[in-house]
Ligand binder design. Sequence first.
Ligand SMILES: Cc1cc2nc3c(=O)[nH]c(=O)nc-3n(C[C@H](O)[C@H](O)[C@H](O)COP(=O)(O)OP(=O)(O)OC[C@H]3O[C@@H](n4cnc5c(N)ncnc54)[C@H](O)[C@@H]3O)c2cc1C
Length: 415
Amino acid sequence: MNASKPQDTPVETTDIAIVGGGMVGISLALLLARQNPERRIVLIESFGFADESERPFQSSFDARSTALSAGSRQILERCGLWQNLAGHLTCIRRVHVSDKGHFGGSTIDAQEYGLEAVGYVVENAWFGKVLATELLNQSAIRCHAPASVRRAEAREGGYRLAMEEGEERFFLDCQLLVLADGAESRLRQQLGISVERCNYHQSAFIANVKCDRPHQGIAYERFTADGPMALLPLGESDQSATMALVWTRPSHRVQKLQHASDREFLQKLQSEFGYRQGVFTEISTRHLYPLQLVVAREQIRRSLVLMGNAAHFLHPVAGQGFNLALRDCQALSDALAAADSQGLALTDTRILDSYLQAQTQDQWATIRLSDSFVRWFSSGELAKSVLRNLGLFALDTLPVAKQLLAKQTMGLGGL
Ligand SMILES: Cc1cc2nc3c(=O)[nH]c(=O)nc-3n(C[C@H](O)[C@H](O)[C@H](O)COP(=O)(O)OP(=O)(O)OC[C@H]3O[C@@H](n4cnc5c(N)ncnc54)[C@H](O)[C@@H]3O)c2cc1C
C-alpha cells in the first residue's frame, strides 16, 4: 500500500496514535487518557486484546516476570492500575548482590529507606491481563487490534499511517505518532531512524524455579565470570518458595544447557548460585532471550516520538527496561498536559523537546547502570574482577554511593 496516494481509501483521524500495545504502549495510553482527557487517542496492536489464546504470542506478555520499582508503583497508582495488580504482586524487601567466589557483597534493604518494598514482582501474563482489561474499559481510547501499521509517512500537520485490519485497508491521520512497537521496530527503520547496537553475545534463560525454603521477599543479583544472574521472589507471600530466574550466559555456550534435562540444569544453576536460597528442586519451561543494547539515534522528530524498547532496549539483568520506559511515559504525558494548559498545538516541537530534555539524564544514567552491570560483572579478567569486588565492598561501606545506586534501582532518581 502506498501511503502517499489516498485515492478512495477511507481516512480516519485522531490526535495521538500509539503503535504497539505491549506493556509500554498500553501504559502510555492509560496515562494519557487520565491526564489528557480532551485528546483523541488511538492504539494499534498486531495481536488481539480479547482473545486469550493469542496472549502468549505478544512479546510483552509471555512467561517472564517483571520487577517493578517503587517509582513505577507511584506511576501505576496514578493511572489506576495498582489496585488490580496488588493481589498478584510479590514485595522485594531486600536485594542481595554478590559475586561468585569473591569477598565483595552488598544488600539494599527497603527498611533502610523507610519503604515497604525495594520493588515488586509481577508475572507478565497477569500484568498483560490487567493492562488489557483497563484499556478495554477506557472509552477515551480507540483500539485497533488485531491490526497493523504497514507504513508511516510524515505530512503537513502530523503523520499518515497505512493501516491493515483484517481485510480492511485504511489510513489513519494523527497529529502525534508514538512508536512503541518494540526493539526491532519496523516503522523506526522505515522512517530512516538508525540505532546504536551493542551485542553482548549473551543470552538469558528465563524460568521459574522452586526452592526448598521460602524466599522471604529477598531478590538476588549474582555476578559470575559467565554473566550476571537474578532471582526474584514470586507468589503472594514471603512464605512462597517460587522464584523467577534470569540467568545470563555467553551465547556460544547456551546450547548444551538449553538441551540439558531439568536435573542437569538445576545442578549447574546450583553450582553457579550457591546455597544461600537453599536447594533448587523444580524448574518450569525454560525460555532463551538473546541480549543486546539497542538505542535509537533519534527519539523525537516533529510529531513523532519513540517509546519503550523502540527507543532503548536494555540488558534485563538490572530489571530497568520497563521501569525506565514507564518514567518516560509519565514525562511525556506531563509534557502533553502542560502543553494543553498553555494552549500549544500537538505539532509544536517544544512539547517533545521538553519531554526529551526532562528524560535524557534519567535515560543515560539507567542505560549506563545496566550496561556497566554487564560489562564489569561478566568478566573473568583479573583486573575487572578485583575492581568489581572493591566496588561491591565499597558499595556496602560507602553509604552515599549505595544510596545513589539504590535510588536509581528503585526508580526514584539520584544518579
Ligand atoms: C528477559 C527479560 C526480562 C526483563 N525483566 C525486566 C524487569 O524485571 N523489569 C523491567 O523494568 N524491565 C524488564 N525487561 C524489559 C521489559 O520487558 C521491556 O521494557 C518491555 O517489554 C518493553 O515493552 P514495549 O511495549 O516497549 O515493547 P514490546 O513488548 O516489544 O511490544 C511491542 C508491541 O508492538 C506491537 N507491534 C509491533 N509492530 C507493530 C505494527 N507495525 N503495528 C501494530 N503493532 C505492532 C507488537 O505486537 C508488540 O505487542 C525485561 C526484558 C527481558 C527481555
